[in-house]
Design a protein around this ligand. Structure first.
Ligand code: ADP
Ligand code: ADP
Length: 227
């Protein structure tokens, strides 16, 4: 894949991502690491077409999704970022219910899914469903973000520095819990981080991007420790 951003400054720098080919296996956690500006976020955002590739193809479960409706694609590819951007005037339950309601699930089905998801991410529904985002800690908000992203059972979840805004102790806990969730749900994950410790902790495989995004894929996170 290749991505050139349109602005004059971006053009002067050359392609943000160039000659990149990345294969993520079903059910694995692939972590992208590399120096700031090397194209990690761009790569991730091409996978749900928040960034449209300049050239190249995106295959999802064998299907070419390079030109399908991007909104429909995003139901199949969940996305979690550092500040998850919950709707501030909607409760935790309403936030998690956003996409199910949008795609026309009835209230009963939605409500039971919301409860299930909150329990999955470790937020007891009876305590958390009616709270508003500002009544939550940073770590709790990230959990809601994960629950919301998982609401329609996407086969793929993209995570861009998902725990970057959480304090170190909370981050450890979230990483461990997320690993459990990921095993339980079986979602395929692409995760961007600049935290090598997080990469080692979470990855089944690590892809190292260098500038211009030439890529080296490492079989195991232990390889980065060895280097
Ligand atoms: P990373 O996630 O590894 O820090 P990014 O994918 O964010 O890298 O950025 C890769 C390159 O693309 C950088 O040079 C960055 O400045 C540029 N870039 C990222 N987003 C945009 C954008 N929306 N418009 C123009 N250039 C961008
Ligand atoms: P809207 O009017 O925007 O649809 P609702 O108040 O109906 O907002 O909430 C959206 C969805 O959130 C509901 O359909 C329901 O499934 C879910 N929801 C709301 N409150 C709760 C709750 N306390 N527990 C579980 N799910 C809830």
């Amino acid at each position: 894949m290749r991505k050139e951003y349109d602005s004059a400054r971006a053009a002067a720098r050359g392609a943000a991502v160039d000659d990149l080919s990345l294969d993520v296996r079903p059910g694995e956690v692939l972590v992208l690491v590399g120096p700031s500006g090397c194209g990690k976020s761009t790569t991730l955002r091409m996978a749900n077409r928040l960034v449209e590739p300049t050239s190249g193809r995106i295959l999802l479960e064998g299907e070419d999704v390079t030109h399908v409706d991007a909104v429909a694609l995003r139901r199949r590819v969940g996305y979690v970022i550092q500040h998850v951007g919950l709707f501030p005037h909607r409760t935790v339950a309403q936030n998690v219910a956003t996409v199910p309601r949008l795609v026309g699930w009835d209230r009963k089905r939605t409500a039971s899914r919301v409860d299930e998801l909150l329990a999955l991410v470790g937020l007891e529904p009876a305590r958390y469903a009616r709270r508003y985002p500002h009544e939550l800690s940073g770590g709790e908000r990230q959990r809601v973000g994960v629950a919301r992203a998982l609401a329609t059972d996407p086969p793929v979840l993209l995570m861009d520095e998902p725990f970057g805004a959480v304090d170190p102790v909370g981050r450890r806990r979230l990483q461990a819990e997320f690993a459990r969730i990921q095993r339980e749900v079986g979602t395929t994950v692409m995760l961007v981080t600049h935290d090598i410790d997080e990469a080692v902790r979470m990855a089944d495989r690590v892809a190292v991007l260098s500038r211009g995004a030439h890529i080296e894929q490492l079989a195991s996170p232990l390889d980065i420790v060895a280097r």
